[in-house]
Design a protein around this ligand. Sequence first.
Ligand SMILES: [Fe+2]
Length: 507
Amino acid sequence: MDKNNVKILVVDDEEGIQCVIEGYFQKKGYEVYTAGNGVEALKILNRVEINCIFTDIDMPIMDGLELAEQVRLIESSLPVVVMTGCPSLENSIQTLKNGVVDYLIKPINLEQMELTLTRILKEREYFVENLILKEEIKRQKRLHQLNEELLRRVEEVNTLNRVMEDFAAINSSYDMYNKIVELGVEELKADQSFFHIYSEDGNCLVMVAESSVGNSSNPTLKLYGKDIPEPVKAFILTSLKKGHSPCLIAGAGRPDIMGEPIRSFMSVPLKIRDKVFGVASAYIFEAGRDFSEQDLYYMSFIAQKAAFAIENIALYENIYENLFSTLFAFVTALEARDQYTHKHSARVSKYAQLIAEEMGCSEEELDVIDVAGSLHDIGKIGIPDDILLKPGRLTSEEYETIKSHPVIGADIIGKLGLWNREKEIIRHHHERFDGKGYPDGLKGHQIPKLARILAVADCYDAMASDRSYRKKMDKEVVVEIIRDNAGTQFDPEVVEVFLRISDHGFL
Ligand SMILES: [Fe+2]
């Protein structure tokens, strides 16, 4: 440290001593402050950043030992050197207690005093450096810990987001059960994972989904049984010994594991409105690896979110079923008023499904055409009775009114927001392959495939049923008309499949 920057404070009630020391050190380039007692010294310390204090012990108002004590409380690293004429054992002990770093015997040897000052300042410099270094190490360590914690949190949030995204894409309870066990294997790194539904009546667990890593030698598990108490708690078992058979539910329901011993096991109940609905479980067979509390947390999160999603799906399925039943009741009521169209929509739906199945449509498409077929004429609700129920032929004006039913029907279904594909099929079930149909005059493959199928089924049933203005045609005649209109009114591909079904006598 440069002498010019060193500030020392000399505290002594003898002005002569103050002057001598001040003169000596000023000449050497130090900045020197003087005080006659401890109180004056503290005032100086309040305004000046002193590097070292030399103080007498016996002084009026506040003595040197009390000053040392005060300094220790204010700035513990500020060195205090005591100057005393008669060093006693008691004083020496007290000075050490008060954090005094050294003491000098009066009369003071100024050179000795300077050497002491130099040594103390050097020591203080090392001490401060050491302190900073220690703080830095502590800070780095804390930073490292925080960084690790942050990474762990990010990973946790990512995992939870993945779970939420996966669940958001699911719209059936069955798929949800499978997703729970898939997540058990993928996210929790379980060797095998199960989902059981808890049957309150039968006091048993019924396995509905299972997933495992690859096709490695999986043990055969039977995790169901009678007299199982309600699995209310989530729990984890780790470091299991060979031959240990953990209970699926604490206290009961021993799973019978054949093959490799279980190393670690987790079980989490899935509750809907506080009632246990099912149990998700996960197993590790590999020695040396265990589930952690974090894994149990993830599993509980999965179970909780799945429970919420399953409840929503159940509610949605219920609403969907109810709505469909209500709308179909409208269609049935409409048809019941007209003896000629009785059960027309139900038959159209059946024929359309037969054709769609033969054309290789997916399960989802079959469901769509089932709903669309059943509700395709629901727009007739908006047609006045005197036109709808008019016996005999319609005027061209009346026919135009009837032609509005696909648009009215699509509008009704569209407003519900549940059946967008069905809405399109209902709107276009009177389009023609050659573009001469209604309401939009769509042509060829512009018309949705399922609407092209529905058009054939609809016309077949209409022609094969009695109408107020004509008797029903023979089946052979109807089939011939449909064959003749392939490529004009109907999609030839659909007609080809229709003829095949007809030949096989399925209609
Ligand atoms: Fe129609």
